[in-house]
Design a protein around this ligand. Structure first.
Ligand SMILES: C[S@@+](CC[C@H](N)C(=O)[O-])C[C@H]1O[C@@H](n2cnc3c(N)ncnc32)[C@H](O)[C@@H]1O
Length: 240
C-alpha cells in the first residue's frame, strides 16, 4: 500500500516556483481574478462548500481564499454568532476580499490574515471546519502533507475539512496531458496541477466522509470532505 502511494506521489508534477513568485502572481492578477476563473473554479468550490454543511455559530477557516467569494458564503452560513478566518499569501487578494466582505455587510465576522498556509498562525483545536478550493494543488508535492497536518492541528477533534481540487485520480486524458504540459512549461503562471486528493487527505490521517469526482471544464476534479478523528489524548499534548 505504502509503495503504491509512493509511486502515486512520484507521478505528481512538482511546482518549481518560490512563495515570493506565487505572491507576485496572485498580487498581479487579484483585480481580475474573478473574471479569469469564474467559469472554471466557482461551481466545484460552491459544491464543496455545500458538502461541509456549515452551521450558525461555527468557527471556520478558509485557506487561499482568493477573491473571497467562498469566504463571503462561509460568513453568511455561520451567521452573526460565528467567526470566519481566512489566510492567503497575496496582499492583493486580501484587498479584493476585504472590499467584497464590506460590501456584503459581513466583514465584522471575518478575520483576514496574509501569510503562508504551510505555517498556520492559529492555535491547536480552534476550528469546527476548514475549507480549500483550487489551493491544495498549488503546494509543491512535499508540502501537501505539511499543509494537511497544519490544518489537522488547528481543527477541533471531529472538525471537518472540505477540499475541491484538480485530480489525477481518473487516469490520463489528452486534455489532462495538455494541461500538465502547460504547467511544466509555465509553472510560475499555471501553478495548480492535478494531485491525488482523497489519497493525500487519507495519508494525512483524516477519515474520509464524502468523495466525489467532478469535471472542471473537462479536467478531472475531486471534492472530498474528511474529519479529524481520533482520541482527544492524541492531540492534547500539542496544545498551549
Ligand atoms: C488558485 S487561487 C484559488 C482562490 C479561491 N480559493 C477560489 O477558489 O477562487 C489560490 C489562492 O491561494 C493563495 N495562495 C498561494 N500560495 C499560498 C500559500 N502558500 N499560502 C496561502 N495562500 C496561498 C493565492 O494567493 C490565491 O489566492
Amino acid at each position: 500500500m505504502k509503495e503504491r502511494n509512493q509511486s502515486k506521489a512520484s507521478d505528481i508534477l512538482p511546482v518549481p516556483r518560490t512563495k515570493a513568485e506565487a505572491k507576485r502572481l496572485y498580487d498581479r492578477i487579484s483585480p481580475v481574478y474573478d473574471y479569469l476563473t469564474r467559469a472554471f473554479e466557482r461551481k466545484p468550490a460552491e459544491m464543496a462548500l455545500g458538502r461541509l454543511s456549515l452551521e450558525e455559530g461555527e468557527t471556520v477557516l478558509e485557506i487561499g481564499f482568493g477573491s473571497g467569494h467562498c469566504l463571503q458564503r462561509i460568513a453568511e452560513s455561520i451567521g452573526k454568532t460565528g467567526k470566519a478566518h481566512g489566510i492567503d499569501i497575496s496582499r492583493g487578494m486580501l484587498a479584493v476580499t476585504k472590499r467584497r466582505l464590506d460590501k456584503a455587510g459581513v466583514a465584522d465576522r471575518v478575520q483576514l490574515y496574509r501569510g503562508d498556509a504551510a505555517n498556520l498562525p492559529y492555535g491547536d483545536n480552534t476550528f469546527d471546519a476548514a475549507f480549500m478550493s483550487s489551493t491544495l494543488e498549488l503546494f509543491d508535492t512535499g508540502e501537501i502533507p505539511r499543509v494537511l497536518e497544519e490544518v489537522k492541528r488547528v481543527l477541533k477533534l471531529g472538525g471537518r475539512l472540505g477540499v475541491a481540487s484538480m485530480s489525477k485520480e481518473n487516469g490520463e486524458s489528452a486534455l489532462l496531458r495538455l494541461y500538465e504540459w502547460t504547467h511544466k512549461k509555465w509553472p510560475k503562471y499555471v501553478d495548480c496541477r492535478p494531485i491525488y486528493v482523497e489519497q493525500s487527505i487519507r495519508d494525512a490521517g483524516y477519515e474520509i466522509r464524502t468523495k466525489e469526482r467532478v469535471k472542471l471544464f473537462g479536467l478531472p476534479g475531486e471534492i472530498v470532505v474528511a474529519v479529524k478523528a481520533g482520541r482527544a489524548s492524541e492531540y492534547a499534548d500539542r496544545s498551549g
